[in-house]
Structures are given as structure tokens and as C-alpha cells.
Write a protein that binds this ligand. Structure first.
Ligand code: SF4
Length: 158
């Protein structure tokens, strides 16, 4: 898996601001086993890391993700993101203007497809792990700064 930390560090972690990445019950258990405190998680319409006063994720410290090795599936999937329309998984990529990693991936096709494969695997796992109500809430979130790159037919029973 390619390490994008240098590119992300230079960007200043914009995708960690107002991110609210969904946390499945399974992901929460992993985080709690690795030092995260329950008080750092917001249990609202769906579970996600709490946000600091400046809008950044509570796990964003000194320009980096404090839980990098256990971070949520949508964080691993970035700059790819998703929507689910019935049984069709739509994969989107952030616009180059909002994420410098996108330009890098487009210039490096092998790494692009490697990251695409990782993103799809993580997103599918997240969809399987989330409860129906949380998934419905997450699918209401608009992500306007993105472009669709793929549609994949899934057979998921929730
Ligand atoms: S979990 Fe880590 S990568 Fe994800 S939004 Fe929070 S700080 Fe950023």
C-alpha cells in the first residue's frame, strides 16, 4: 500500500476537517482496543469521531492522523468516496482542486488503480458492517466536490 502521508501533510489535512467519517460497531471496537476513548466518539444519527472547535477531527494532531493504522474505512478510501443507489455502488473521486492526491494518482495509473481497489474493498466492508439506520443517514450526506468514476453492482442484504 502506497504511503501518501507526504502529500497529505503538505495539504494540511483538509479532508480531516468537517469529515465525520462513519464508524461501524466493529471499527469502534478496534479503536477502543487501540487507545481511543469512548468520549472521543460522537454517537449521533451515526457514530463518528468527535470534532474539535476548529472543525478538525479529534484524531487530527500535528498535521497527521493519530489513529492512522486503524482509521475509518472512508479515510482509508480517500480520495475516493461513495454513494449507494439500491444495489449499485457508485464510486466518486474528489476534484483535483480540493485534494492534491488526486493529481498525483491521475499521473500514476498503477497507484491510482491500487488505491481504487483498496477504496472499494474498504467501502464494501463498511457497508456490510454498518447498521441499516446509520447507512441511511450517511447516504443523505452530499459530497459536491466529487466526480463519479465507477458504478459497481452489488448484492447486499442488510
Ligand atoms: S480519522 Fe484520521 S484520517 Fe480520518 S478524518 Fe480523522 S484525523 Fe482524518
Amino acid at each position: 500500500m502506497t504511503d501518501f502521508s507526504e502529500i497529505c501533510f503538505k495539504c494540511g489535512g483538509k479532508c480531516c476537517k468537517d469529515a465525520n467519517p462513519p464508524l461501524s460497531r466493529k471499527r469502534i471496537e478496534i479503536l477502543l482496543k487501540n487507545g481511543v476513548k469512548t468520549e472521543e466518539i460522537a454517537f449521533g444519527k451515526y457514530a463518528h469521531p468527535k470534532t474539535k472547535a476548529d472543525g478538525f477531527c479529534i484524531f487530527f494532531e500535528n498535521g497527521k492522523c493519530r489513529i492512522h493504522n486503524y482509521k475509518p474505512e472512508t479515510c482509508v478510501a480517500g480520495p475516493f468516496t461513495f454513494d449507494l443507489k439500491g444495489e449499485v455502488l457508485e464510486i466518486y473521486i474528489k476534484k483535483e482542486e480540493v485534494c492534491p492526491l488526486v493529481e498525483y494518482l491521475k499521473k500514476n495509473k498503477r497507484i491510482y488503480y491500487e488505491q481504487f481497489r483498496i477504496a472499494v474493498a474498504n467501502i464494501v466492508q463498511l457497508i456490510l458492517d454498518l447498521d441499516k439506520e446509520s447507512l441511511e443517514e450517511i447516504l443523505k450526506i452530499e459530497e459536491p466536490e466529487t466526480v463519479k468514476v465507477s458504478s459497481i453492482h452489488l448484492r447486499i442484504e442488510k
